[in-house]
Design a protein around this ligand. Structure first.
Ligand code: TEU
Ligand code: CA
Length: 530
């Protein structure tokens, strides 16, 4: 597919490295473990692997608190392990995307250590330091994403520093050009080693209001919501100057061939679009999290797809995400039947799909006993439903004691509740969710209409969502039943086709004409022949 780039027609698979495969028996996944499992990813048919952070880190936020941008944490291995992994990923014809965490460092990063020593430290301005308010309290009302004030008082110099996440994750000051240069060097370090791109953590946070003005009160706030919602994040993120910072990062990637810049951005569509950058010189793929955040309702999803398609800038490439390490598992949110429909939706929409490890076997939220909680967010704000551990448990390779993940006690509990919710069992069963994913990925590779074709809405009635994908005379109809009742869908006069794939195993080749009977929880891919 020479007319599109790998990150346009390919599929991205996210690995949370602590939980994919342990190779040295310490109960924690590592880079060598990922390497050993590459044959699985090749078999499955994904095109790129994005690995969550594996840099040296005190692990206050499991690697999203980086203490050295240019090395590998001993828990995950060594730079040699990284090079071996990278070589094998490329030898398998796949691409490698790293997680880049530029908004904040660990409080143990040497830059921060130097910054905090004195008010006139050479690195003082690399972070965001301010005097206390007249009453001695924090400089403004901003709230940390993980609860409490976003400001931490530091005795040594009598000032506060800003942290949008944990106090162990001080925010860098991206208004300072030295910070930009240092971070560009970190990007080049990995680009020179052959990585194919970056998923950039909280990219919309990089620039904050220059005057650090108070965020306004959210008039729609209700007491049961997260404390963060008390305020509107008007001044603490999504500032106009962020786009210049992103364009500079993009320019660093442009020094190399064929690399991708993916931005993690939780913003409404109309704000999200700006992250493609003016003249598309921003992120190649500002993550589109709408499927993670919306009600599972045909009309609603139909309108959000259309809204997205319409809002995209000319030449901007779409993308869709069904799960990640911060969100509840899709199979848990929708149940096992609709998880199949969701797989078909993700892999038939126009735009680059990102899959989260384990979703392809229908992994669900795993209960975490209080004494085994790991997520710092849950520890900060217990019992409010923010625990991310249940979606980060070890990949279920087989039905053995430690699910094939490790030969020691894993860092998070493994799930044994369902004997077939693992790779080994589902590989054997052609009707499994895993085999459905594999078939969908194969079809997406074979049929250009599915990977790069135009999107055309057909209908959204009741629980039925239908659309077409079209490319150079090829026309494919996708019909998804998001409900639990069978339905008869009337097609336009003269519409004829053949079933290519049903997520319920209906026979391929079945002829369709005029009307289409769709079972409860069924998704259908139909080749249109007229
Ligand atoms: O997440 C950023 C982020 O905004 C999420 O915490 C988000 O607020 C929430 O999950 C929405 O439901 C990124 C990483 O993905 C996350 O794992 C890190 O903890 C965080 O940044 C800090 O680096
Ligand atoms: Ca290990």
């Amino acid at each position: 597919m020479s007319d599109t780039l790998w990150w346009q027609h390919g599929t991205i698979y996210q690995i949370y490295p602590r939980s994919f495969q342990d190779s040295n028996g310490d109960g924690i996944g590592d880079l060598e473990g990922i390497r050993q499992r590459l044959p699985y990813l090749t078999w499955l048919g994904v095109d790129a692997v994005w690995i969550s952070p594996f840099y040296p880190s005190p692990m206050a936020d499991f690697g999203y608190d980086v203490a050295d941008y240019c090395d590998v944490d001993p828990i995950f291995g060594t730079l040699e392990d990284f090079d071996r992994l990278s070589t094998d990923i490329h030898a398998a014809g796949m691409k490698l995307v790293l997680d880049f965490v530029p908004n904040h460092t660990s409080n143990r990063h040497p830059w921060f250590q130097e910054s905090r020593i004195s008010r006139d430290s050479a690195k003082r301005d690399w972070y965001i330091w301010r005097d206390p308010a007249p009453d001695g309290g924090p400089p403004n009302n901003w709230i940390s994403n993980f609860g409490g004030s976003a400001w931490q008082f530091d005795e040594a110099t009598g000032q506060y520093y800003y942290h949008a996440f944990l106090k162990e994750q001080p925010d860098l000051n991206w208004r300072n050009p030295e910070v930009r240069w240092a971070m560009h060097d970190a990007l080049r370090f990995w680009l020179d080693r052959g990585v194919d791109g970056f998923r950039v953590d909280v990219i919309w946070h990089l620039i904050k209001d220059q005057e650090l003005r108070d965020n306004p009160i959210n008039p729609a706030y209700e007491p049961h919501q997260r404390e963060l919602n008390r305020l509107l994040e008007v001044h603490s993120c999504d500032q106009p100057e962020v786009h210049e910072v992103i364009a500079e990062m993009r320019a660093v990637l442009e020094e190399y061939d064929d690399r991708v810049l993916i931005g993690e951005i939780y913003l409404p569509i109309e704000r999200l679009m700006a992250y493609y950058g003016s003249d598309l010189k921003g992120a190649h793929l500002p993550f589109n999290f709408q499927l993670l955040q919306s009600a599972w309702d045909a009309r609603h999803i139909d309108s959000l797809i259309q809204e997205y398609e319409t809002a995209l800038p000319e030449g901007g490439w779409p993308n869709w995400v069904l799960g990640n390490h911060d969100q509840a598992r899709i199979a848990d949110r929708l149940g096992p039947d609709q998880a199949r429909v969701a797989a078909m939706l993700l892999l038939t929409l126009r735009g680059t799909p990102t899959l989260y490890y384990g979703d392809e076997i229908g992994m669900v939220q795993v209960p975490i006993p209080p004494e085994r909680v790991q997520d710092p967010w849950e520890k900060n704000e217990p019992g409010l439903g923010f625990n991310r551990d249940p979606a980060r448990t070890p990949m279920q390779w087989d039905d053995s004691d430690r699910v094939g993940f490790s030969n020691a006690e894993p860092w998070l509990p493994v799930d044994h509740r369902e004997p077939t919710r693992n790779v080994a069992a589902q590989k054997q069963d052609r009707s499994s969710l895993l085999c459905l994913y594999k078939q969908l990925l194969e079809l997406r590779r074979q049929r250009k209409a599915l990977s790069v074709g135009r999107y055309r809405p057909v209908t959204a009635e009741g629980d039925i969502l239908a659309f077409r994908r079209e490319h150079e005379g090829e026309s494919i109809l996708i019909v998804l039943n998001l409900g639990s009742a069978a339905h008869r869908l009337m097609l336009d006069e003269g519409t004829r086709g053949r079933v290519v794939l049903s997520c319920l195993g209906r026979k391929a080749g079945e002829e369709i004409s005029g009307a289409l009977e769709i079972s409860a929880n069924e998704g259908l891919i139909v080749d249109l022949t007229n």
